[in-house]
Design a protein around this ligand. Structure first.
Ligand code: SF4
Length: 308
């Protein structure tokens, strides 16, 4: 579906080749973990770990029988998140997560997708019906619209890692028929799933996090976040260990150069809100405008890295 007219290449395309120049932190930048990832240089922890003779992978926490009995009742994915290993290890462990009740009705865990060297992590709310069936994020109608908007904003898809704040599809069955209707995850479910998002962000360590919609914004910045007030602003990047605990209520944006040097969060509406909007053209233009803010930060970061 095309809901816009014409392409407006306001910013030069972000060349993921520029990314290789970002192998070290910019001068004056505070210490942030492992800038080698920004250069696409994978460390040993990115390799597939060996499986122990007991069938467990090193680093995975043991989930006891008693905790299995109460599966999903503790609302905490933390005990399922391996302490070691890269994205492949996280993805395998997430497939068995029972950190909240949502695993019971969904088809499968839909973990993030993309390279560990991605410059931008795009966080949605939760997988939809098609994502749940296919096990991949952003493959339904909203995902197609997002990819179109990313291209139009000048952000290369291959420079992005796609994930959701909540990794299982929450739905109810329509009164008539068998159609599964999306239900928004609760704050408790979003908080329970946050350790997975924090683990993904720690591994990818992006320059920019794009939060799509209120749930994603709250997962990254905290419950004071309001998408209607803070979309399109350059908000300071939180520490991964304090994800979701910033006080974003008073944040009114930082300059582009600071955002490019130290990382930032940009929020916008979820692309599914564009599909539901009465005026899709206007909603799409708003989404595009916010993505262009992110594109400008990435371009500034690439220029800075090239100049270093
Ligand atoms: Fe685990 Fe998140 Fe799925 Fe809940 S939604 S079971 S915390 S992966």
């Amino acid at each position: 579906m095309t809901v816009h007219s014409g392409r407006v290449p306001e910013f030069s395309r972000i060349n993921s080749g520029d990314f290789a120049a970002r192998g070290r932190p910019p001068q004056g930048a505070p210490a942030r973990p492992d800038y080698r990832r920004s250069a696409g240089v994978l460390g040993a922890q990115e390799r597939e770990p060996a499986v122990t003779r007991e069938g467990r992978r090193p680093g995975a926490r043991t989930v006891t029988t008693s905790s299995k009995k109460a599966a999903g009742q503790d609302y905490d994915a933390g005990p399922f998140v391996p302490q070691r290993g890269g994205l492949p290890t996280l993805r395998r462990a997430a497939a068995g997560c029972e950190g909240c009740p949502l695993f019971r009705d969904a088809t499968q865990t839909v973990f993030g997708a993309g390279a560990s060297s991605a410059r931008i992590v795009i966080v949605g709310e939760q997988p939809g019906d098609q994502e749940d069936r296919r096990g991949e994020p952003f493959v339904g109608p909203a995902g197609r619209l997002l990819r179109e908007a990313l291209g139009e904003a000048g952000i290369e898809e291959r420079s992005a890692y796609f994930t959701n704040a909540v990794k299982h599809f929450k739905f109810e069955i329509a009164a008539r028929g068998k159609r599964r209707i999306h239900k928004a995850p609760s704050l408790r479910e979003m908080s329970a799933c946050r350790p997975w998002l924090a683990a993904e962000l720690r591994k990818v360590d992006p320059e920019l996090v794009m939060a799509l919609g209120a749930t994603a914004g709250k997962a990254v910045l905290g419950t004071s976040f309001k998408v209607s007030q803070q979309r399109g602003l350059l908000l300071p990047m939180p520490a991964w260990d304090a994800l979701g605990h910033s006080d974003a209520s008073g944040a009114d944006g930082i300059p582009v150069r600071e955002a490019a040097a130290h990382g930032c969060v940009v929020a916008t509406i979820h692309p599914s809100a564009v599909l539901r909007a009465d005026d899709r053209e206007a909603a799409y233009r708003g989404l595009l405008s916010d993505l262009r803010v992110a594109a400008e930060v990435l371009r500034s970061g690439a220029e800075r890295a090239a100049a270093d």
